[in-house]
Each structure stands twice: as structure tokens, then as C-alpha cells.
Write a protein that binds this ligand. Structure first.
Ligand code: DP6
Length: 358
């Protein structure tokens, strides 16, 4: 399916003022997206699970104005005007303008807040841009563009244009973004919830996020994706990611936790290996990232507890495990891992149901 149908011809209804609020979670990829082409098309399909507690709440107020050539908007983050965030949002508006031409006819005020500490290194672009996209999709819906049945796909298309991984935050549970032969309905343009059978061991799956480094990343994801263009291992990596997604689909249905752990840990280390072998090369892991990984491996070996790690484009460690071992893992976290976290901070999260309109 292509997304031309979403390109709005004109606004179909007159709306003087409107206001929409969405709460949207972050997500953690199991098979990673790393490498893209224009306009925000992934080089390989990825799969993530949507989180529950790490979320952004965004309200957008629209007030009708004379149509102009420029997008007019105000931006507040956690109650404070944040002009430094404006260029990223302005770029998002440029990309979605053909889908939401009404943005030139309204003055918009965006108010956003995160449930997780600012600069915690948690990818706020996934939750932030998906929440914003849902507000814009709601506005499009109130102007009668596009059809209701396509609402979430439309929101995911907008969200992808803001940030690739944000396309997956539009849906709950397990979500695929990128065309893949084994995933029904999958597309490069928007994400799709995984519709195949998932073993009950993954129900309420847990993610404890160990906050190793809370500073600004030295290399943004966007730059990192760009470095995949001339990367010597790129084509092999994209092939491997696609095979890994097929394997992950089978693992999610069989409930084989050892195979799950082997695949997610390999995906995390491959992602970082891509960063270390780009030119320019870079390292986002910190000494404590490695210490935590070693502790997880030791604990798993000694206690036979099914607990695994993954990483996103940063130093924090996501520790993944089934709900049935939660007490054991919580005790392990408190006794062995908090010391490696900045200010002893970590976040207990789990798989979630996706966005909510407030
Ligand atoms: C390592 O979605 O942040 O977290 O599309 O440039 O905004 P842009 O990149 P972004 O990249 C996320 C990369 C990742 C892996 C993943 O979430 O699949």
C-alpha cells in the first residue's frame, strides 16, 4: 500500500480552534533499525516492544489564522519555552506539510512533558514525535482528512517522518516497521503491530533501564544512520537484520527464551559494532555499560535466570526478562547494578499497550 492517499488536497471542514492531547510511550528495539534513505525509509525492517511507563504527554492547541508560507508555532517543554528544540520540530513540519497542509492555517502551541527524567539518555524522540504526530492526525481527522480506519497508520506515517523509531510507538506490544516478507501488512512507510502468535512468556515482559550516562549523546542517531551509507559492512548487516527478524518472529511464537536472549544481545552488540566500524568511528558505550553486561552474564550463568540486555544508541542498558523472575532480578539490580548507574538511577518498565488520547 502506498501513502499517497494520505496527501491532503485541502481542508474539508472549517474549525476555528481545537486542542488534542496524547500520551505516547517510548519503545525498545529487539532487531534494530540502523541505516536509512530518504524520506526516512529504513534499510531493514525492525521490531520493538512498546514500553509502558516511559512516555511523553503532548498537547497541541490550534488557533485559526490567515494562511501563510511559514509554520507558526510555540513550543513549551515541561512548562518552559524551549526555542532550542524548535529546529527539530520545524524540520518535522517541513516533512509532514504535504500530509497536513492545514499547519499553515493555524497558530500552534505545543506543550510537552516526559514521565522520565530529562536528559536521562532515554530516546525521547520516539515518544515525543509520536505524541506530536497523533495530535496532528487528530487535527486532520477533525478536518475530515483522512479516513478513520487509517488513523493510526496515518499517525505512524507522520511519526516516521519525525523519527524512524517513533513510527513504532504508535502501537502497543510488539511492533514492526519496515517491509518484511514474513510480516503481514508490513511497510517502509509506517509501522504495523505484530499480528502473529506470541508465547505467553512474553506477556508483561519487563525492561529495567539502567541509566549509565545521562548526558547529551556525542553522536546523534541521525548522524549514525548517515554513516551506514558508506559503511563497509552495511549490506551484510541489512541482510542479517532481515534474517534476524524472521528468527525473532519464530522465537516470539515458540517462547524459547535462550534463543531470544542470544538474538537480542547479538543485535545490541552488532549495532554498536556498526558504530565502532564506521568512518568516523565512535563509541557510545561507557565503562559501566560493559560492567553491567558482565554482571548480567555472570548472574545468568550462576543462577540460570533468563535475563538479557539490549542497548539503543547510547550507554544505558535495557535489561529484559519475563515477569516470573521479577523479584529475583529486582534484588540483583539493587545489590549488584545500582552502583554502576549515574546517581543510582534506574527505571522499571514493561511492555505496554500503546498511546492513549487524554
Ligand atoms: C538505535 O529513530 O532515533 O534506537 O530516524 O534519525 O530519528 P532517526 O533515528 P532514530 O534511530 C533509532 C535507532 C536505534 C534502533 C531502533 O530503535 O530501532
Amino acid at each position: 500500500m502506498n501513502t499517497d492517499q494520505f496527501i491532503a488536497k485541502s481542508t474539508l471542514k472549517f474549525v476555528e480552534t481545537a486542542s488534542f492531547t496524547w500520551q505516547t510511550p517510548s519503545n525498545i528495539a529487539l532487531v534494530k533499525y540502523w541505516g536509512k534513505s530518504n524520506p526516512q525509509i529504513p534499510k531493514n525492517a525492525s521490531i520493538s516492544f512498546t514500553l509502558n511507563n516511559c512516555h511523553t504527554i503532548t498537547r497541541v492547541d490550534f488557533i485559526k489564522k490567515e494562511k501563510s508560507d511559514e509554520v507558526v508555532f510555540n513550543l513549551f517543554f515541561e512548562g518552559k519555552q524551549k526555542d532550542e528544540f524548535k529546529p527539530k520540530i520545524a524540520e518535522f513540519f517541513r516533512r509532514v506539510q504535504s500530509y497536513c497542509p492545514y499547519i499553515l492555517e493555524y497558530e500552534m502551541t505545543i506543550n510537552s512533558e516526559n514521565s522520565f527524567p530529562h536528559s536521562s539518555g532515554i530516546a525521547s524522540s520516539a515518544s515525543g514525535l509520536s505524541a506530536l504526530s497523533l495530535c496532528f492526525a487528530s487535527m486532520a481527522q477533525s478536518l475530515n482528512i483522512p479516513h478513520d480506519e487509517d488513523f493510526y497508520r496515518f499517525a505512524s506515517t507522520l511519526s516516521r517522518l519525525g523519527s524512524g523509531s517513533a513510527s513504532r510507538s504508535i502501537f502497543g506490544n510488539l511492533v514492526v516497521w519496515g517491509k518484511h516478507l514474513l510480516i503481514d501488512g508490513s511497510s517502509d512507510n509506517y509501522a504495523t503491530p505484530l499480528s502473529s502468535e506470541v508465547h505467553q512468556v512474553f506477556e508483561n515482559f519487563q525492561d529495567t533501564i539502567l541509566l549509565v550516562d545521562k548526558g547529551e549523546k556525542q553522536v546523534s542517531s541521525t548522524v549514525g544512520h548517515g554513516l551506514m551509507n558508506d559503511h563497509p559492512y552495511a549490506s551484510k548487516r541489512f541482510e542479517q537484520a532481515s534474517e534476524n527478524l524472521s528468527k525473532m518472529k519464530a522465537i516470539l511464537s515458540s517462547g524459547d527464551l535462550d534463543a531470544f536472549g542470544n538474538l537480542v544481545e547479538s543485535e545490541a552488540l552488532t549495532l554498536h559494532a556498526m558504530m565502532m566500524t564506521s568512518n568516523p568511528y565512535f563509541i557510545l558505550m561507557k565503562p559501566n555499560t560493559l560492567r553491567i553486561i558482565e554482571e548480567i552474564w555472570k548472574f545468568r550463568k550462576e543462577t540460570k535466570t533468563p535475563v538479557y540486555f539490549t542497548l539503543d544508541a547510547g550507554a544505558n542498558v535495557h535489561m529484559l526478562f519475563p515477569e516470573m523472575v521479577k523479584n529475583k532480578v529486582d534484588t540483583f539490580t539493587k545489590s549488584k547494578l545500582v552502583g554502576y548507574c549515574k546517581n543510582e538511577e534506574y527505571i522499571c518498565d514493561q511492555i505496554g499497550q500503546g498511546p492513549k488520547q487524554l
